[in-house]
Design a protein around this ligand. Sequence first.
Ligand code: ATP
Length: 480
Amino acid sequence: MPEATDSELMGKLVSLCKRRGFIFQSSEIYGGINGFWDYGPLGVELKRNVKEYWWRCMTREREDVVELDASIILHPQVWAASGHTSTFSDPMVDCKKCQGRFRADQLEEEACLEKPSKSVAACDAEKTEPRAFNLMFKTWLGPVESEENAAWLRPETAQAIFAQFKNVLDVSRQKLPFGICQIGKAFRNEINPRNYTFRSREFEQMELEYFIKPDAVSAAGEPSSEGEGEAQSRPEDWGWKEWHRYWVDQRMAWYRNIGLPEQQLKLHWQTGDELAHYAQATVDIMYRFPFGWQELEGIAARGDFDLRQHQQHSGKSLEFFDADTRQKYLPQVIEPSAGVDRLVLALLCQAYGEEMIPNAQGKPERRIVMKFHPRMAPCKVGVFPLNKNRPPLVAKAKAIHDRLKDRYLTAFDLTGSIGKRYARHDEIGTPFGVTVDFDTVGDGESDHLKDTVTVRDRDTTQQTRVPIAELESWLAEKLA
Ligand code: ATP
């Protein structure tokens, strides 16, 4: 079957996402609103699976990471201290001919408003000089719209973690290294939202701030017996470079564990102008989307910049008291910061496939199949009575569905031929289809098949006969 081009693939994916209820344009009945998206029933489940697995790996399974759920609007001083009020901006130019506004650093990728087949860079109309456009959404607290009452929707979740560092430290009795993580909404008034949900104005982040000893306090600051620059072997002795590497490796492994293959991922080490002035190092985890390699997550070694800034602006000490060395110091930070929506989009792109498979008569038939990793698949199991007009089949299937639905998102589907039901579930990526047939209820040709069901594997289309009594453990193993 001929491969779809990348832009065809995006078109097909967007249409499937709407048709099957993954993603809708926000406020669609009013013509939509640029940069905002709504997740439909299956999109919500996919997104929850992403967030829950991140939460499980980043905090539940670790003893050194605790949680925070902070407000979206913070004291305006937070953004002054972090530098967002003055510098969280993109360079913008106006086209004097079509009046379009574009990101000055993306003119090659932006389409001209009058001739969308041309890039803005290729259009010779006169443009203004680039000027800084602040990406934070501004609002006012209370009834008076004055500058004293100005506030901002958070453009990232991280700063609330720094602002609450002391409170969380006091209650969690952690020693360094330890982390605080958070999942939540962030808002950026992007000049040109695009590539579907990839660059949105409202999105969710999953962020960890991992606080470590400064190198001068850990053994990393001392000459190593293994030679300068080499990794220290004991985590207690690690400096920021080792911890940074540790989190890059952890996060890459995490992406592989949810079904993004090695060859679709790469690391981009920021250099020169890309690197924020305070960052010791930043690595972006990139995924190969149909529209090119793009960032999924940034992992930054931020030094003590944020805590130092908040300490200075608030006048409150944010130092950590190290009971072992009896020293007080500001910890340094490693920050893995990922976007939920971008990851959901990557999973959708990765899962989408079209292939020919034999139908019930053995003739080749085209199918669309979403090959989500079972861990991420929104609906885990479909339960199908072979014939909806046979009450014993329906009752048995219903009983199986009722048992499974406590544990997994399980669909009960009666309508259409069994082939149609398989096809429907292939399109939403349900990993397993459980069919209750005449043999299951003892009306079939083989007595030994009573109380067994057929389980169909979405990817191979292979069918396996499984005893009902073993079905839950069989599925548990495959869906772990
Ligand atoms: P980009 O360079 O693509 O604008 P960024 O480097 O500004 O991204 P960060 O500030 O590092 O992004 O934010 C961390 C993560 O938040 C990103 O890796 C991305 O997954 C997500 N993210 C940032 N901006 C957006 C957006 N406009 N829409 C969706 N997700 C976003």
